[in-house]
Design a protein around this ligand. Structure first.
Ligand code: ATP
Length: 316
């Protein structure tokens, strides 16, 4: 459930603060449902991206703006003499239009085993993208390696549960495990949309997966219908040469050295590039090193996972 947030109503120059108006104080966090708003009232989208949005609005002859910063909404009025009744009407109007919208991220992979690279991605993206819940989405099948049998989905799931236990936002989805078969992402995304018809979904992948995206079944449609977050990964330079212009147009590059101007289209499914997390570890290397007796590699997994690996003699 979304947390309580502060709503404030003030003059842009700070000269008058309406925060003491009775209703305009605290209430449950609401997310701006831009599509609904756009159709309902004359609006002018100034910026619109994942963490910040400005809307300029004319209402009963007065100019207002709403600024959404990281989920906190600030109501501004241009006119210092705007009567309080109009402020309250404006506020009541938007109270209805501002619709709660939860944000969920799903991070697909084999997690064989889950490591600190995966976990850092979950923790940092939950903050950066103001997610309500971040789900690890383990695949039922781990790719078969010639030198050892695949790790059971039960073990991979158990390690994820242990690794996420103490963080309320990090969760494990059993969606693919319950299907008990290889799932294509395109089908999983359809399931996720059915599960969260009213909410925002972000599908997360590392740079290596992004670079291979054209090998995914129905890849162009995979990139539609939900937002995507592509996380940089050491050793895998992020490329955009392999995707079409139509896909490239929807990329919002949030990497610090390349931040683009915010996207103005609120109804497009976006693909965010972020370098919020940089942790050089790979599950394949981890398994190989553990099998070779390099027990120091256990530092790359949480302590509970290291104990689990030892107890069940995985990756020997
Ligand atoms: P392997 O080394 O066997 O490929 P992995 O560490 O990539 O394993 P997966 O479970 O296959 O683990 O990865 C799930 C997702 O996590 C993939 O999209 C992958 O790109 C991403 N990922 C894994 N490790 C990192 C990392 N250190 N930084 C960024 N992304 C990562």
């Amino acid at each position: 459930m979304a947390a309580a947030r502060f709503f404030d109503f003030r003059m842009k120059d700070g000269s008058r603060n309406f925060a003491d108006l009775p209703e305009i104080v605290f209430f449950e966090e609401l997310r701006l449902h831009a599509r609904q708003l756009k159709g309902a009232i004359e609006t002018d989208f100034v910026t619109d991206w994942v963490t910040e949005m400005w809307l300029d609005i004319s209402f009963e002859g007065h100019k207002f703006s709403i600024n959404n910063q990281f989920g906190d909404f600030w109501f501004f009025v241009e006119d210092p003499d705007c009567p309080d009744e109009i402020l309250l009407r404006f506020y009541s109007h938007f109270k209805v239009l501002l619709k709660p919208m939860d944000r969920f991220a799903y991070f697909g992979g084999t997690f064989d085993p889950v490591h600190k690279g995966h976990l850092n991605i979950g923790r940092l993206l939950a903050v950066r993208f103001r997610l309500d819940e971040f789900y690890f989405l383990p695949a039922f099948h781990a790719p078969h390696k010639p030198d050892r049998p695949p790790t059971s989905a039960y073990h991979r799931h158990a390690m994820l549960v242990l690794a996420t236990e103490s963080d309320p936002k990090l969760r494990v989805s059993t969606l693919e495990l319950e299907k008990r078969e290889k799932r294509y992402t395109i089908d999983t995304l359809a399931d996720l949309r059915a599960l969260h018809p009213e909410d925002e979904i972000f599908f997360v992948m590392g740079a290596d997966s992004w670079n291979d995206i054209r090998t995914w079944r129905d890849w162009e449609n995979v990139l539609l219908g939900v937002n995507h977050i592509v996380v940089t990964r050491p050793g895998f330079p992020l490329s955009t040469d392999h995707v079409s212009d139509a896909v490239r147009e929807r990329i919002v590059d949030l990497r610090s050295d390349k931040a683009t101007s915010p996207v103005n289209r609120s109804d497009a499914d976006r693909i965010y590039f972020t370098d919020a997390v940089i942790y050089d570890v790979s599950a394949t290397e981890l398994r190989t090193d553990l099998a070779d007796g390099h027990l120091d590699r256990k530092d790359d997994v949480p302590a509970e996972v290291a104990k689990y690996i030892e107890k069940y003699e995985l990756y020997r």
